[in-house]
Write a protein that binds this ligand. Structure first.
Ligand SMILES: *Cc1c(COP(=O)(O)O)cnc(C)c1O
Length: 355
């Protein structure tokens, strides 16, 4: 820390992203990226847009916003496009949280919520998941502050049903409920239709996972126009040209190539169920994930142990040194061939240990 860093950030612990190795020798199952490249239409659109990079991007992302609004059957004024969904989450914490009105979220969830709250000096409280790692909707009824919940949750992959979300939103009408749908495309159900009923609901999604654009950095929020207006006030105060020209073009093309999107989702779901079965045969406990990852516990050692042994064999997965989940690892669903490499590595480790 330099002697100039303001004391307000003394205790700030930044988010730790999953490893991004520079040498591509690993089978990379650690950060929930898509194993499939963006569609050829997306690549073409982005490279065509590169020729126009001399100019600033459209600060309103008009065409992209219209494409996304049309796709989800909402109005453009109900949509805000951002530089990854992490950006809209940050805007939402800034806009709706303060010292008097903080946030609650599950104890086991996306690690970035805590970081954003700390960054903005917003208090927060964690609500423990149930023993089986599900979210108990009742725990969020009338909590008296803002709420953020991923649906499905990460890193468990377990979803909430729409009636449960509705009851959470309904019982907190004087506070904002953010439903983070980063993984909803892999088998959850979106609550976007509820935004017309509830002016306190903000739904966020990302192009990073299901639409193969993690490196493009594109996310969005959908909610009541008044909420979107507030978020725009912050956007125009932080980063007016937040979505760059290449990403904007890529995003429009990605929305248009729905056939490609659906084909990839179906394949990831198929490979997920195959991998689940294979891991269970090898003595793993696997949570009922509807995401593009599985949260698993081996019957031979800690998460750190499995992570280390797989890394030696060229396969990267993710684990956290967090209470309650020390024995659990998150494995991203890759291609069938990548998952077979993982399963072979697991067999090697089990044989080494005489299992
Ligand atoms: C990946 C992820 C995000 C945000 O991803 P971006 O790449 O910033 O769009 C948000 N929430 C959860 C739960 C995630 O896993």
């Amino acid at each position: 820390m330099s002697r100039f860093f303001v004391s307000r950030f003394d205790d700030l612990t930044p988010y730790t992203p999953g490893e991004q190795p520079r040498d591509q020798v690993f089978v990379k199952l650690n950060t929930n990226e898509s194993p499939f490249p963006p569609s050829p239409e997306v690549v073409k659109a982005a490279s065509d847009a590169a020729a126009t990079l001399r100019l600033y991007s459209d600060p309103d992302s008009t065409d992209l916003t219209q494409a996304v609004a049309g796709y989800f059957g909402v109005r453009p004024e109900e949509v805000l496009m951002t530089n990854g969904s992490d950006e809209i989450l940050n805007f939402a914490f800034m806009a709706f949280g303060d010292a008097a009105c903080g946030f609650v979220f599950p104890d086991i969830t996306y690690g970035f919520y805590e970081v954003i709250a700390d960054l903005n000096g917003i208090p927060y409280r964690k609500i423990p998941l149930d023993e089986d790692f599900t979210i108990r909707a009742e725990d969020y009824f009338g909590v008296g502050c803002n709420i953020v919940i991923p649906n499905p949750n990460a890193p468990t992959g377990i979803p909430l049903a729409i009636p449960q979300i509705r009851s959470i939103v309904e019982s907190n009408r004087d506070h904002i409920v953010i439903i983070d749908e980063a993984y909803v495309d892999f088998g959850g159900e979106s609550c976007i239709p509820l935004i017309r009923e509830y002016d306190n609901l903000l739904v966020t999604q990302t192009f990073s996972k299901s639409r193969s654009l993690a490196g493009g950095r594109l996310g969005f929020g959908i909610g009541n126009p008044d909420l979107i207006r507030d978020l725009n006030t912050l956007k125009y105060s932080c980063n007016p040209y937040n979505v760059n020209r290449m990403t904007s073009a890529a995003g429009i093309a990605a929305i248009q190539d729905d056939v490609y999107f659906r084909k990839n989702i179906a394949e990831i779901q198929r490979v997920r169920e195959y991998t689940r079965g294979q891991l269970e045969q090898r003595g793993f406990t696997v949570l009922p994930s509807v995401s593009n990852f599985l949260f698993v516990r081996s019957n031979f050692g800690t998460a750190e142990d499995l992570y280390g042994a797989l890394r030696e064999l060229g396969v990267l997965i993710r684990y956290w040194k967090t209470p309650r989940i020390q024995d659990w690892c998150r494995i991203t669903i890759g291609t069938r061939a990548q998952m077979d490499t993982l399963l072979n590595a697991v067999d090697t480790i089990r044989k080494e240990r005489g299992l």
